[in-house]
Design a protein around this ligand. Structure first.
Ligand code: CTP
Length: 411
């Protein structure tokens, strides 16, 4: 989607097996529209060659502060002045220690030290053995570099090249890409706690069957991601969908509408924004059979009775928390026709300040959609675009309608 278009990234590699992942990371950054200047330490060149990184980035790699290709012979100045960010991936334990000490005896640490820190952020993707990661010296150094202004990205957990298992693996290239995109996103919802419902619900008839719908959860997941990128603390209550959890988002899996309501009730008190994107089943079988319902040979279908499910959005919108103005509620409306009329009526019926209408059959399962925003002042269309873009636009619209909580955060 070219989310990094116009961004120039200095990708620094220090020594570690995870250098092999840096090759893919470089490709992913370029695929998202960034230009990438690779800088490698001598140790990194033991793990992957500059030839590979040059081929992938389309630019000669720098590895020495004595590189005579620069007319002024100052690559540490020239490369750092034009960067939008410096990302060290992999960032070894040794390199972190070097940053802490402000060492400048090789190009990459020299460049980090010489960069204009206010304009060029430094992001670190640590990669090391679990014992090295857990060592107090490393943890002390990480705390220090963070205090000095670096953004320390997390590490993964799992099998390590040494055969051990634990914390310290470098994040995967796509995870790092998401982190970088999130880093550049405008922080419009800092201090907010956003609760999102997404996906369908599944209402059991018996242990193997149930009632559900075609909601894919894509819109809700995209909104959760965009809200987190905007700086919010995000909890996503998800019905049964096969979608990866957006990075940094807390996910609570549920099946039925009643489970969704309980999960929402558990988290809503702390929330400042509630976004109900879930396609909650309107009815559930009145009693689910404990055993599989068998055909009785008569040719007749079993007679099922249904009970209406609780309206989660309406319940939340009527709570004291929302009525006192501490919770901004956003509803969705999946309609098949007369979108504006239905969405306007639904906004009033549900008692929410903002209702987002869409044509259900054209939206379910698709990667793109078109939205109609209805509030007390009227309506506004968000034309057809990817759900990712629409989610970013919707988060922007919500941020315009909720009080800024930046000041409270720094209290
Ligand atoms: N919703 C909810 N709980 C329900 C039903 C709906 O929280 N039991 C929320 C949805 O997440 C959405 C909004 O209410 O934000 C509207 O959902 P929709 O299915 O379009 O409307 P319904 O209330 O079910 O009305 P109808 O089916 O008559 O259009």
């Amino acid at each position: 989607m070219n989310e990094l278009a116009g961004k120039h990234i200095v990708l620094g590699l220090s020594g570690g097996v995870a250098c092999y992942k840096a090759a893919d990371l470089c490709r992913q950054l370029i695929k998202e529209g960034a230009t990438v200047q690779v800088v490698m330490t001598e140790a990194a060149e033991q793990f992957i060659t500059p030839v590979t990184m040059q081929a992938l980035s389309g630019r000669p790699v720098y590895g020495s502060q004595w590189d005579a290709r620069e007319p002024n012979n100052m690559p540490h100045i020239n490369l750092s002045r034009v960067a939008d960010a410096v990302l060290i991936a992999p960032c070894s334990a040794d390199f972190i220690a070097r940053l802490v000490q402000g060492r400048a005896d090789e190009l990459l640490s020299l460049l980090c030290l010489a960069r204009p820190a206010q304009q060029v952020p430094l992001l670190l993707a640590p990669a090391m053995n679990r014992e090295m990661w857990a060592h107090p010296a490393t943890q002390r150094n990480l705390a220090q570099v963070a205090q000095d202004g670096a953004v320390v990205l997390g590490v993964g957990n799992g099998d390590q090249a040494c055969g051990e298992t634990g914390d310290g693996r470098m994040l995967e290239p796509l995870e790092l890409l998401d982190e970088l995109i999130a880093f550049f996103a405008p922080k419009r919802l800092v201090g907010h706690k956003v609760l999102v419902t997404a996906g369908p619900t599944f209402e059991a008839m018996d242990p193997v069957r149930g009632i559900t719908n075609l909601s894919s959860g894509k819109m809700g997941f995209a909104i959760a991601r965009a809200a987190r990128e905007a700086g919010a603390d995000v909890t996503l209550v998800a019905g049964p969908v096969h979608l990866p959890t957006p990075r940094g988002v807390r996910r609570v899996n549920v099946q039925s509408a009643q489970e969704m309501l309980s999960a929402v009730e558990r988290h809503v008190q702390a929330a400042t924004v509630f976004i109900a994107t879930a396609a909650v089943a309107d009815w559930r079988p009145s009693s689910a059979s404990a055993q599989k319902i068998k055909k009785d040979g008569s040719g007749n279908a079993p007679a099922l009775a249904f009970t209406e499910n609780p309206d989660i959005l309406a319940i939340v919108a009527k709570s004291a928390h929302a009525l006192e103005g501490d919770l901004f509620c956003v509803g969705f409306a999946a309609e098949s026709h007369d979108l504006l009329a239905h969405a306007t009526a639904k906004r009033t019926r549900k008692g929410v300040p903002l209702l987002v209408g869409n044509i259900g059959p054209a939206a379910f399962g698709q990667d793109d959609n078109a939205l109609l925003l209805v509030d007390a002042d009227g309506h506004r269309e968000l034309p057809r675009a990817s759900k990712r873009v629409l989610a970013q636009q919707l988060v922007e619209e919500i941020a315009l309608r909720v009080p800024s909580r930046r000041a409270r955060v720094s209290d």
